[in-house]
Write a protein that binds this ligand. Structure first.
Ligand code: SF4
Ligand code: SF4
Length: 688
């Protein structure tokens, strides 16, 4: 073999790789810190499940390309040892790693697996080339880089097969099932194939080996320049992934001397957010159910990553200068040269997101999209004071009356004026605090749902109370619209009230209240067991405390999963169990459960106008209608915002005669025995 050539190849290639990688990673040192090393066990589990296990790539919805990726990925993992071996062979022909010699049982087993993954990788590459060049699905970005990388991988596999095959012919080895790739190589090069003689085959083996080594080093040096850097960064990215509670947004320390109020420039991103950008494979899975992308808004998680990657590369010199600066003036000068981040991700993009979470749920490498978009909103609201007028009206209502409509807070209990609902302030003990929520208290349609819940609680003899006029909005929408200051005011007040009453268990009817109280109030000292009403109904059914009969007169029923219940809080079964108990056989929409399609109201979008593209709620109503079929029927849901959006969608698309929108609680209440309403008389069915 040729130690000199091997040494030169290694030295030049590794020096070049170290330099380019340093240039990509150095700017990250100037970015915001973020602890992504704690809770090691949970991180290792993430790595096993989503990284090495490729969990999201083999999702049933996308199985074809997922399997192709698994084939290529498996080759990279298995061939790591083979690569070390082949570099060793470059120095000394008889080299092998300990225990992996061709005579050892382990070595033979490894070579068999190696051959399988080499052939598998060729199948994977062929499949990907077919997708890129022939079928060209919408979610795949067209780029020459993708084709070049696939051809490089194919070249690596072919040279591996040629090296192995040539050696087999030289040694006179017979074809065998235990060496499928090598046997194919031998057949192609030997007497039955290209007919190379013995001396020529020796030269073919050496040429194949050094071409293989050169291709590995070229491949390594191409990676840091484009999206295929993810081959190196994505496994660490999965390890650094966000741990539960995933749905909680970062709490800003607004009192700190160097407080950051949002993302003004790229410097306000965290190093992990930059690592995310490097890890994007541009697979486009994040777009497939994104409500904004599919309805024509200028937002796609993938495109945000592409824009940020270009911007990071352009900003690298200033970020490095900032990190190295010895004095404040030099640091400020470097910062001053960075353009506003809103010129890279424009307002029409960061305001479009409903924070439905689909993109993060779909992303195979666990890239986080929502927090950075919210940080841009925070900058717009809290520093630049440039935000949609409708958001301003909502903030004002929250500030003055503790609810987004700005309705007098003294009217918070009108919905239950005739129900004699116990108050937490009465001093009487209670098990569950029913947190009614602003929609449940002020929205005429949702008030009917609140009353249905009270009826169910009474039917099952549940001990409960409400806060009444002491209740105030959780501030969920304010936080997601970027008004962290207002959210923190609301959250602190809410925690103070709840703790003041010694509350331990909270029942909510709104998944946004659920998310804020369960996942974000702990940031302010509020720790409670929080359940959604469908979850409590499921529990009461299991305990034999609730026995609803069949809810009559509904026709066909489909269920629209609220994003903040199904996706962010993992609950898809309880609403279906409750509906089943009421005699309803749910017809599932094509996009349901954790793959559900947003109604368009999350992330504070409930309060903003939707001026670009088609309306998200109409898109969802069309899907529900198609699922229900000719006679129409009922769209059931479990969220006040979803209820409003679906109801509006029904009206906007002229489907009032065909579709009704009901909450699960209303359907369950319909099946309760007549004449046992008790103080909760007047509850029951609403309608679109
Ligand atoms: S963000 Fe994730 S899902 Fe979207 S293109 Fe990148 S890797 Fe794929
Ligand atoms: S959170 Fe939802 S709306 Fe926002 S970018 Fe992701 S998929 Fe689209």
């Amino acid at each position: 073999m040729n130690p000199a050539l091997t040494s030169v190849l290694l030295l030049v290639a590794l020096a070049a790789f170290s330099w380019t990688t340093f240039r990509r990673v150095a700017p990250l040192l100037a970015l915001r810190g973020d602890d992504r090393l704690s809770r090691f066990g949970e991180r290792a589990a993430l790595l096993l499940r989503f990284g090495l296990g490729q969990r999201r790539l083999v999702d049933p919805e996308e199985r074809g390309p997922g399997v192709l990726h698994v084939l290529v990925f498996a080759a990279f993992v298995v061939l790591a040892l083979r690569t070390l071996t082949l570099f060793g062979v470059g120095f000394e022909a008889s080299f092998h790693l300990p225990l992996l010699g061709e005579e050892a049982a382990l070595g033979r087993a490894y070579l068999f697996v190696k051959d399988l993954v080499v052939l598998g990788a060729l199948v994977g590459v062929a499949g990907f080339l077919w997708r890129r060049i022939v079928t060209r699905p919408d979610r795949v970005t067209r780029s020459a880089e993708g084709v070049v990388i696939l051809l490089l991988i194919a070249g690596l596999m072919v040279t591996e097969i040629a090296f192995d095959g040539a050696l087999r012919v030289v040694r006179g080895a017979a074809p065998e099932w235990a060496a499928p790739a090598g046997s194919i190589g031998a057949a192609a090069l030997g007497p039955s194939g290209l007919g190379f003689g013995s001396p020529a085959l020796g030269r073919v083996a050496v040429a194949a080996l050094f071409l293989h080594l050169a291709l590995i080093l070229v491949f390594l040096n191409v990676l840091p320049y484009g999206k295929h850097f993810h081959i190196l960064t994505s496994l660490p990215n999965v390890f650094f992934g966000r741990l539960p509670p995933r749905a909680a947004l970062r709490k800003l320390d607004l009192e700190a001397e160097d407080a950051s109020f949002g993302a003004a420039t790229v410097r306000d991103l965290s190093w992990k957010e930059a690592w995310d950008v490097y890890s994007c494979t541009e697979c486009g899975r994040c777009q497939t159910h994104c409500p904004t992308y599919l309805t024509g808004k200028p937002l796609s998680h993938k495109e945000v990553n592409r824009a940020l990657r270009r911007h990071l590369a352009r900003s690298a010199p200033d970020l490095v200068a900032h990190a190295r600066a010895k004095d404040g003036a030099a640091r400020e000068a470097a910062l001053g040269r960075l353009p506003a981040l809103s010129t890279v991700i424009p307002p029409e993009t960061f305001w479009a997101c409903t924070t439905c979470g689909w993109c993060e749920t779909a992303c195979p490498v666990l890239i986080e999209n929502v927090p950075r978009l919210v940080d841009l909103r925070r900058q717009a609201v809290q520093v630049d004071a440039v935000f949609p007028d409708e958001a301003g009206r909502m903030f004002k209502g929250l500030e003055t009356q503790g609810n987004p409509w700005g309705i007098g807070s003294n009217r918070r209990t009108e919905w239950c004026a005739d129900l004699d609902v116990p108050r937490a302030s009465s001093g009487q003990p209670f098990e569950w605090l029913f947190f009614v929520g602003c929609a449940g208290a002020f929205d005429d349609r949702q008030k009917k749902v609140s009353r249905a819940i009270v009826r169910i609680l009474r039917e099952a003899n549940v001990s409960f109370a409400i806060l009444g006029e002491e209740e105030t909005c959780t501030g969920d929408a304010a936080r997601r619209l970027g008004n962290e200051y207002l959210f923190q005011m609301q959250a602190r007040a809410g925690v103070e009230t709840l703790n003041g009453h010694g509350v331990k268990k909270i029942l909510v009817q709104c998944p946004h209240c659920l998310n804020a109280i369960r996942n974000e109030f702990p940031q302010f000292g509020g720790n409670y067991e929080v359940v959604h009403h469908t979850q409590l109904i499921e529990r009461l059914l299991a305990e034999g405390r609730l026995h609803p009969g069949r809810a009559e007169g509904l026709g066909a029923v489909t269920f629209h999963d609220p994003c903040y219940l199904a996706r962010w809080n993992g609950e898809t079964e309880a609403p279906r169990a409750a509906l089943e108990a009421a005699g309803v056989a749910v017809r599932e929409m094509p996009r349901s459960g954790r793959q559900g399609f947003c109604c368009g109201a999350g992330g504070g979008r409930m309060w903003l106008e939707e001026k670009v593209g088609t309306r998200v709620n109409q898109e969802r109503v069309r899907e529900a209608d198609a699922t229900l079929g000719e006679g129409g029927g009922v769209v059931a849901t479990g969220c006040p915002f979803c209820l409003t959006m679906m109801k509006d969608g029904v009206n906007e698309t002229g489907r009032e005669g065909r579709l009704r929108v009901l909450d699960v609680a209303e359907i369950v209440a319909l099946g309760l025995p007549a004449g046992r309403e008790g103080p909760a008389r007047g509850t029951g069915e609403g309608g679109a």
